[in-house]
Design a protein around this ligand. Structure first.
Ligand code: NI
Length: 162
């Protein structure tokens, strides 16, 4: 198990366009395992390779804690519907903001055996897929946030007052 350092907003690697993966080498497998370890260690539901400083088109997602999925060269094939809700990012620690995204997406990607797979997601899974795939093109959720960025402590206080 290896936890990698999570890069934070302002670091150039988060704004770069990541490169397609052509072959799953032992190093890539190790990277994917480390990405899962890093994501779980930070209680995240998704992580993209640029967030650990690697310019490759790889994301890991687990929105339930029991459904880990690694996607190589993911592409959104179709998206529909709309959802608006709070979103956060391990590269923007302690903050959340409201983002509107598609409510349902179909994604094509490759698995660790470089077999083509299709993944479909609704609601949180759809949000995670869109958020993580955005990272591969240097796009951060803060670019899409409606209104202000909240401190998570501030949000917790607001929730208590309700
Ligand atoms: Ni993120």
């Amino acid at each position: 198990m290896a936890i990698r350092q999570v890069r934070t907003l302002g670091e150039e690697v988060l704004r770069a366009t990541a490169k397609e993966v052509t072959e799953v080498t032992p190093r890539i497998r190790e990277l994917i395992q480390d990405m899962f370890d890093t994501m779980y260690d930070s209680n995240g539901v998704g992580l993209a390779a640029p967030q650990v400083g690697i310019r490759k088109r790889i994301v890991v997602i687990d929105v339930t804690g029991e459904d880990p999925i690694a996607l190589i060269n993911p592409k959104i094939l179709t998206s529909d519907g709309e959802q608006t809700g709070y979103e956060g990012c391990l590269s923007v620690p302690g903050k959340s903001g409201i983002v509107t995204r598609a409510n349902h997406v179909v994604v094509e990607a490759y698995n660790q055996d470089m077999e083509k797979i299709t993944v479909e997601g609704e609601e949180l899974m759809a949000r995670a897929l869109q958020h993580e795939i955005d990272h591969l093109d240097g796009i951060m959720y803060v670019d899409k946030v409606e209104g202000k960025l909240y401190d998570n402590e501030e949000l917790a206080e607001m929730a208590e007052e309700e």
